[in-house]
Design a protein around this ligand. Structure first.
Ligand code: SF4
Ligand code: SF4
Length: 164
């Protein structure tokens, strides 16, 4: 009898759907997700690090890196909402589980580094041009001529008084 029951169980399991769910690749609707940074857009301004209530984010401008401690993050979205370059977002894909409190570090992309260097170079060139123009003006005789004053308007003529 037990053998028949066992056989039935085997047959049932062979034709029925699995009772377990496949591992999902995306978080269910309504989940906040985890913080992701597009290192092509980030300018390492550090605002996300300042705004983070749990100090989960670190920005190292010298090393051109942005780091996050995922286990310290409480998914409040504060960093995402305050990022001026919109490089942060709440990713909805599952991440590798882990037991240790790791820090994930991302380096600024070559594209972002090149863009920043171009901006700094342009700013330096503008500053140098402004300084040169100022020096040339000083050499020519001091301050720039004051803008011409508008001619004073003549007072309206009074009507001639008549003796009564
Ligand atoms: S992620 Fe946004 S707020 Fe944070 S350093 Fe980069 S640009 Fe600034
Ligand atoms: S979501 Fe909140 S806790 Fe997580 S890194 Fe951003 S600011 Fe910090």
């Amino acid at each position: 009898m037990a053998l028949v029951s066992f056989k039935n169980t085997i047959l049932h399991n062979l034709v029925s759907k699995p009772k377990t769910r496949r591992a999902e690749k995306e978080y269910p609707v309504g989940t906040r997700g985890h913080v992701e940074n597009d290192m092509d857009l980030c300018v390492l301004c550090g605002l996300c690090s300042i705004k983070c209530p749990t100090h989960a984010i670190t920005v190292d401008k010298a090393a051109k890196t942005w780091s996050i401690m995922p286990m310290s993050c409480i998914q409040c979205r504060c960093c995402v909402d305050n990022c001026p370059k919109k490089s942060l977002s709440m990713g909805l894909r599952f991440q590798e589980p882990g037991e240790e409190k790791i820090t994930k570090t991302f380096k600024l992309s070559e594209k972002a580094i090149a863009a920043q260097e171009a901006l700094m170079k342009a700013a330096k060139e503008r500053a140098a041009a402004a300084a040169a123009a100022k020096a040339a003006q000083a050499a020519q005789g001091g301050a720039a001529p004051a803008p011409a004053k508008a001619p004073a308007q003549a007072a309206p003529a009074k009507p001639a008084e008549t003796d009564k």
